[in-house]
Design a protein around this ligand. Structure first.
Ligand code: IVH
Length: 676
């Protein structure tokens, strides 16, 4: 075939692929089957391989930025897929247990039993079973919404497709980890960096036939939504899983008390290398489901479970420089640039020094030899420096008194709770006025728990910022895609992917939107509280007209610090403009009050005095679960005052004066049909 003919053949294929992509991404109507699409793509790649002169911006080999994971449809999880808080030391475990005992109002001698499950480092998946049939399989995604990867999960032998046991629930989401055994990974070493990447890559194959070739395994460990599950605790549930045909981790154990958890931890850590799958710690779960239910969740993780990560790796290297990074909230974080060193298989060249005080406390100087520690996925940090090896000419590190990005004064705030000066020094400018803060704010805006714009990673934010494509959040929704398509490293396909991701997120909940704004002290939980209070985006935008400051302070969870921070946000003209522009570009869903018909619908409660056998935190979450709300002051807006032992007299008297119903603990519990 002549060169010309080869080129025209190639061009035809590229045009065809472009039209397939366009239909898929723009109008969500695939023109061909996945197989046909893949065959075409592979034939283009093969041609390029054979004839190196073939080039096209639209080539699938040019796709940069991110993989077209939107080949998979997004599905909302019936129950959120939570993540776990981390523990590293005995002290973290003690705190974890203490918090649980406090919440449950148990005394410190109360013995808690845990299901201790070695934490497999793979990819989690949720398998939806209806009447014993495996119907749909989802990836974790952002925890709320996953990708439909059913076809790929179907190829895994260890996933039962039909379960005929009588005690198998009518409906259940079985959750667990997809992974590759180390012995199987040996043959895949050339293709993937580690077993986890191999599992992730295989699960995201467009063609299930490709997934089938990889020896993926599945271990089950928890459930999401369920109807008809009889187990009363985690150990029984694990036994059930096994009897239904799921593989479970053979190293799971039921353990009572922190000391025994630590013994088990050391044993497993010692044997870690002998196990044929990668584990990065041990998950501890309160065994009793009743207690788990009482404990509930905070933001994205359960109160009843924690991941005890394995000890880190340490190494010694030289501090070449100390750089100052500026975070989203203006915090100045010193980062030690160290001579690159391999710590447990990862090349480390940065280590955090946390804040100004830490540099002083650890007496760290540029040029010092430092011990650096790396634990799991946490940023490496400096443990100590060797002063005996210090160069005589070395000098104390002077922390900048002006922001290295915008030149504003840096300040240490006074912390009203601790009555001390903060350890963190901050840039005093107003958010978007400081370049570095603005970039970090934008990174936060697009991040997973915020707008979750797939493929819009940190590097892209920086790149677009430098190219003046985005300066403020609203710019994301008015991008010049023609310009992006022509940027180096971009092409039609990757541009279309990005456009698709952004368009998908134009419809957003008020809660997420508030969180995305990155208002200081307004994390996920507070964003949720505020969204419930404001109910709609237009109420929120009109904050200064809408809000009665006493009202907002009366919401439990919002204190002076949070209110001041929100007020500051609304005092800033740039922020007001951002909100106005976002309103033009977005469809913000009103916050729907969950479970509107709860037993305490729209009633307000306040607690005073010590309760018996139940903590305030638990009473508050019971109130919320039943559509009531708890407030922090006695006013006309209060419906019920719950009194325990030694209530504050002033509060009781005020409530009596205002004719507010006063309840004792058991009267309150009776309202919820709970007998104490
Ligand atoms: S339970 C309760 N159990 O760890 C909510 N997770 O950070 C968490 N994981 O996404 C799930 N082994 O990928 C649970 N025995 C185990 C686990 C486990 C590994 C992973 C899972 C999850 C992550 C949580």
């Amino acid at each position: 075939m002549s060169k010309k003919k080869i080129e025209s053949n190639y061009k035809k294929k590229i045009d065809l692929l472009t039209s397939y992509n366009k239909n898929y991404y723009d109008v969500s109507k695939p023109l061909v089957s996945d197989k046909e699409y893949d065959d075409l793509k592979n034939s283009i790649l093969a041609l390029e391989n054979k004839y190196s002169y073939l080039r096209s911006e639209e080539s699938p080999s040019k796709i940069v930025g991110f993989k077209p994971s939107k080949n998979f449809h997004k599905v909302t999880h019936r129950a959120q897929m939570l993540s776990l808080a981390n523990a590293f030391e005995r002290e973290d475990l003690m705190n974890f247990e203490k918090k649980i005992l406090n919440f449950l109002s148990k005394d410190k001698d109360f013995k808690l039993s845990y299901s201790a499950e070695p934490k497999i480092d793979g990819i989690s998946a949720s398998l939806i079973y209806k009447n014993g049939n495996f119907k749909t399989g989802l990836s974790r995604g952002d925890g709320k919404e996953g990708e439909d990867i059913t076809a790929n999960l179907m190829t895994i032998k260890e996933i039962p497709k039909k379960i005929e046991f009588k005690d198998f629930p009518e409906e259940i989401d079985i959750r667990g980890e997809v992974f590759i055994q180390n012995s199987d990974f040996k043959n895949l070493k050339d293709k993937f960096a580690n077993p986890r990447n191999a599992a992730s890559g295989s699960l995201r194959q467009k063609n299930p036939e490709d997934t089938k070739k990889i020896p993926l395994k599945f271990i089950a460990y928890t459930f999401g939504y369920e109807k008809g599950l009889k187990a009363k605790n985690q150990t029984d549930f694990l036994k059930n899983l096994n009897s239904w045909g799921f593989k479970i981790n053979p190293l799971n154990k039921l353990i009572t008390g922190i000391d025994n958890l630590l013994i088990n931890y050391s044993r497993i850590e010692m044997d870690r290398a002998k196990i044929d799958f990668d584990i990065d710690g041990i998950v501890y779960k309160i065994n009793d489901f009743e207690l788990q239910k009482r404990l509930g969740n905070v933001a994205n993780s359960p109160r009843w479970a924690i991941a005890h990560k394995f000890a880190s790796n340490k190494a010694i290297s030289k501090i070449l420089n100390i750089e100052i990074q500026i975070g989203r909230t203006g915090a100045l974080t010193p980062v030690a640039k160290i001579k690159p060193i391999n710590i447990g298989g990862v090349i480390v060249s940065n280590a955090t020094l946390h804040n100004e005080d830490e540099i002083d406390r650890k007496n760290v100087r540029i040029g010092d030899l430092a011990t650096i520690e790396r634990a799991g996925d946490v940023i490496p940090h400096i443990i100590s420096v060797d002063i005996t090896k210090r160069d005589k000419k070395s000098q104390k590190f002077i922390f900048p008194k002006k922001c290295p990005s915008c030149g504003s004064k840096t300040i240490k705030e006074f912390n009203n709770t601790t009555k001390k000066e903060d350890a963190v020094r901050r840039c005093s400018s107003e958010g978007y006025d400081c370049e570095k803060i603005a970039i970090e704010k934008l990174k936060h805006f697009v991040s997973k728990e915020a707008f979750n714009i797939e493929g819009f990673g940190k590097k892209i934010v920086e790149n677009f910022w430098n190219l003046n494509l985005i300066k403020l959040p609203q710019d994301i929704f008015n991008l010049d895609f023609k310009k992006i398509e022509n940027l180096e490293g971009w092409g039609k396909q990757s541009m279309e992917n990005l456009k698709y991701s952004i368009n998908q997120r134009k419809n957003i909940s008020l809660e997420r939107l508030i969180y995305s704004l990155g208002i200081r002290h307004i994390g996920l939980e507070n964003a949720k509280i505020l969204s419930k209070y404001f109910k709609s985006f237009s109420n929120f935008i009109n904050f200064s007209n809408e809000v009665n400051l006493d009202d907002i302070l009366n919401i439990d969870g919002i204190g002076e610090t949070q209110l001041l921070s929100v007020k500051n946000f609304f005092n800033n003209k740039i922020n007001l403009n951002i909100l106005k522009e976002l309103q033009k570009n977005l469809e913000v869903k009103d916050s729907s009050i969950k479970n509107k018909n709860g037993l305490l619908n729209e009633k307000t409660f306040m607690i005073t005095g010590k309760l018996n056998g139940i903590s305030r935190a638990e009473v508050k979450s019971l109130i919320e679960e039943n559509s009531g709300s708890s407030v922090s002051t006695v006013s006309k807006k209060l419906n019920y005052l719950i009194i325990g032992d030694k209530p504050t007299k002033k509060k009781v008297n005020k409530a009596k004066k205002l004719k507010i119903t006063i309840l004792n603990q058991s009267q309150f519990l009776k309202m919820l049909n709970i007998t104490s």
